[in-house]
Design a protein around this ligand. Structure first.
Ligand code: NAP
Ligand code: GDD
Length: 365
């Protein structure tokens, strides 16, 4: 296994170093699933905190899951907890004894944060504080001072500050989500300065994948392209097409998270492709790839405009490149094609179910 950190068992007669243990909040999300795969490939034991929902929502990690009855084979383990429940966070830290903690959990939808602002602040801002405090008190009680903490920060924090945005660019958040991420950022800096915690903020620009949630604009577009191509839908309702984003591939970005926790000293890093495209440009590439013209299908719907917009995000990732040796591998066009390819295949499977009468073609994502 490439760069394995040790299996904890004897191999060639020598005792291997113990396996590293990671704790991930938000393991069921897009990034959580890629980070889990990445860490398992490095030889880690991965523990994920999942919240209770009325239906299972583990689809993104089902391919890794091993039934607990075969627990000796499982290197990914799931536990119920919630960022709104401090006692559950402390309990799992004390039980799992992680070496690295990745705080990826969030109500991560910017537009939704205007609808549920206090919940967003509770999970995104106070949730991060609860976890930091749980880590701090766990270290104080156990003496396990080597624990390292990663905070999932966001380019949304830059808001209306013009690009290129780097680690020294002032924040000007434009949503409850972004303001909450700013609070989480500063809580993380504060725990580093006040308690000497090894804590890093990754200021990540937008990153997408075939596993992206279906109500983020990229995936909403590629799902629609697949369904339109296969004849399951004809219109796509969108908001502001002129917003510009620095879109990278999530699989590349989780490596940067890990690299931040492998440095001698904790610090904050911008992670970005340094290239920005409008939503309209995304439409051009996605529809054009399957021979369609987006103008024949897209309808502007005011409901998708936000009370305050972030117009232009484009990162300056020179620090991550220089210090971490990180760089993105997947470019914009390749990312769009990867997502469209998957969603055309998904639409073909949906079509079979529609034709058999199992689902309704009108059920749009
Ligand atoms: P995502 O797909 O929306 O996943 C969010 C995760 O958080 C899910 O596992 C979700 O669980 C979990 N979660 C939500 N509320 C929770 C709570 N109260 N307690 C515990 N877990 C909770 O987000 P993502 O795209 O993977 O992003 C990962 C992190 O990076 C987020 O913090 C996001 O804000 C941040 N970020 C993302 C991007 C990006 O472009 N993707 C860029 C910058 C920063 P359920 O599955 O149960 O909903
Ligand atoms: N979601 C959505 N739906 N966005 C639309 C739509 C639509 O129908 N039409 C236009 N947009 C525009 C939004 O107004 C925004 O300017 C842009 O598309 C991107 O929106 P999202 O894909 O929802 O992502 P985001 O940039 O707001 O937030 C994502 O990236 C952040 C990092 O900058 C999320 O992943 C955040 O969690 C993350 O922090």
């Amino acid at each position: 296994m490439e760069n394995a950190v040790g299996s904890g068992s004897a191999t060639n007669g020598e005792v291997a170093p113990p396996r590293k243990v990671a704790l991930i909040t938000g393991i069921t999300g897009q990034d959580g699933s890629y980070l889990t795969e990445f860490l398992l490939n490095k030889g880690y034991e991965v523990h994920g905190l999942i919240r209770r929902s009325s239906n299972f929502n583990t689809q993104r990690i089902d391919h890794i899951y091993v039934d607990p009855h075969n627990a000796h084979k499982a290197r990914m383990k799931l536990h119920y907890a919630d960022l709104s429940d401090a006692s559950s966070l402390r309990r799992w830290l004390d039980t799992i004894l992680p070496d690295e903690v990745y705080n990826l959990a969030a109500q991560s939808h910017v537009a939704v944060s205007f609808e549920i602002p206090d919940y967003t602040a509770d999970v995104v801002a106070t949730g991060a504080l609860r976890l930091l405090e749980a880590v701090r008190s766990h270290i104080a009680d156990s003496g396990r001072s080597h624990i390292r903490y990663y905070q999932a920060g966001s380019s949304e924090m830059f808001g209306s500050t013009p690009p290129p945005q780097s680690e020294t660019t002032p924040f000007h958040p434009r949503s409850p989500y972004a303001a909450s991420k700013c609070a989480a950022h500063w809580y993380t800096v504060n725990y580093r300065e006040a308690y000497g915690l090894y804590a890093c903020n990754g200021i990540l620009f937008n990153h997408e994948s075939p596993r992206r949630g279906e109500n983020f604009v990229t995936r909403k577009i590629t799902r629609a392209v697949g369904r339109i191509k296969i004849g399951l839908q004809s219109k796509l309702f969108l908001g502001n097409l002129q917003a510009s984003r620095d879109w990278g591939f999530a699989g590349d970005y989780v490596e940067a998270m890990w690299l931040m926790l492998q440095q001698e000293k904790p610090d904050d890093y911008v992670v970005a492709t340094e290239e920005s495209h409008t939503v309209e440009e995304f439409l051009e590439v996605a529809f054009g790839y399957v021979g369609l013209n987006w103008r024949d299908h897209v309808v502007i719907d005011k409901r998708y405009f936000r009370p305050a917009e972030v117009d232009n995000l484009k990162g300056d990732a020179s620090k991550a490149k220089k210090v971490l040796g990180w760089k993105p591998k997947v470019g914009f066009a390749q990312l769009v094609k990867m997502m469209v390819d998957q969603d055309v295949e998904m639409a073909k499977k949906e079509k079979v179910l529609v034709d058999a009468g199992y689902i309704d073609a009108q059920q749009q994502p």
